[in-house]
Design a binder for this molecule. Structure first.
Ligand SMILES: [Zn+2]
Ligand SMILES: [Zn+2]
Length: 299
């Protein structure tokens, strides 16, 4: 048996297999997605209002950029910068509002995929290896369950944090206070545009970026010896707040800066720099902050 690589949170034992597993349909994931897609369509066709559209754009940008990309991904998952606890909580809460999972669920989903992609052989589900529609079905409506999974350990500061435990248990319910506020301010149109359509677009958009960013695109670096590589999706810097520079992320996972090359727009990093200017964020990591990843070479 080939020995498996372990990562900080995902520890392989002699019994672990990274490939033996099955794709299982998840009724909860499917229902959550299709309910918001359906309500999102109602928003567009029954309430085609400019105010609701602007609210949708603003809330999507805020939750995906400050919440998902900066709070969940660059801070909670990678610890690519330091910040005050209140700001960390606020940004991770915003990330939860994206409607993907709670903080611990997000760390697990990210780190399991990352662990899979670091092995010599990566199954098609975590590699985004299937065709467009099949991968959509797999990622948005199913889960990949290993027969002998590795041990997944979340660090104590997150695992025992009462706020994160509460957020993890209630991540779907976190939409309720937002929906109530939107209802008071703008009625049903604001609830449907600001919650359901936003969640539907965020979930599908997130999957699409993951799908294309593991298939083809611009490559500044390669990680030699690995079957799965990340690719930069050009021209999507504005829409994805920098998460499109996925080749760079595979090359420098610790870096808070994703758009590392000239002309690569990274709005998430711009937010981090803005917060740094007001001393709300410090110890911001760049590609040079940590030793180079094994096997990394210029493409
Ligand atoms: Zn990746
Ligand atoms: Zn990452």
């Amino acid at each position: 048996m080939v020995s498996l690589i372990s990562t900080e949170r995902v520890v392989a034992t002699s019994k672990t297999s990274a490939t033996e597993g099955r794709i299982v349909w998840s009724p909860v994931k499917s229902l959550w997605l299709f309910a918001h897609v359906g309500l999102g369509f109602i928003a567009i066709f029954w309430f085609p209002q400019i105010d609701a559209f602007l609210l949708f754009v603003g809330l999507t940008a805020m939750t995906v950029c400050a919440g998902h990309s900066v709070g969940m991904h660059r801070l909670l998952i990678h610890r690519s910068f330091q910040t005050h606890t209140f700001l960390e909580y606020f940004m991770v809460w915003l990330g939860t509002l994206v409607g993907m999972a709670g903080p611990i669920g997000m760390i697990k989903a990210h780190d399991m995929r990352d662990w899979h992609q670091r092995q010599r052989v990566c199954p098609p589900h975590p590699a985004h290896g299937a065709s467009f529609w099949k991968d959509a079905w797999w990622q948005l409506c199913c889960t990949f369950e290993l027969v002998s999974p590795p041990t997944f350990i979340v660090e104590e500061r997150v695992r025992e944090d009462l706020f994160y435990i509460w957020l993890e248990r209630t991540w779907m319910l976190q939409q309720i206070p937002v929906a109530c506020l939107l209802f008071v301010l703008g009625g049903w149109s604001w609830v449907l545009w600001g919650c359901s359509l936003r969640i539907a677009v965020s979930l599908i958009g997130h999957w699409m970026v993951g799908h294309y960013a593991h298939r083809a695109g611009h490559q500044g670096w390669v990680v030699k010896g690995l079957p799965v590589q990340g690719y930069n999706l050009r021209y999507l810097g504005l829409l994805t707040f920098g998460e499109n520079w996925h080749c760079n992320h595979h090359a420098f996972p610790h870096s808070a800066k994703l758009g590392v090359e000239k002309g690569q727009l990274d709005l998430g990093f711009a937010l981090i720099q803005f917060l740094q200017r007001y001393r709300l964020v410090w110890e911001v990591k760049t590609p040079a902050s940590e030793p180079t990843r094994e096997g990394l070479a210029r493409a």
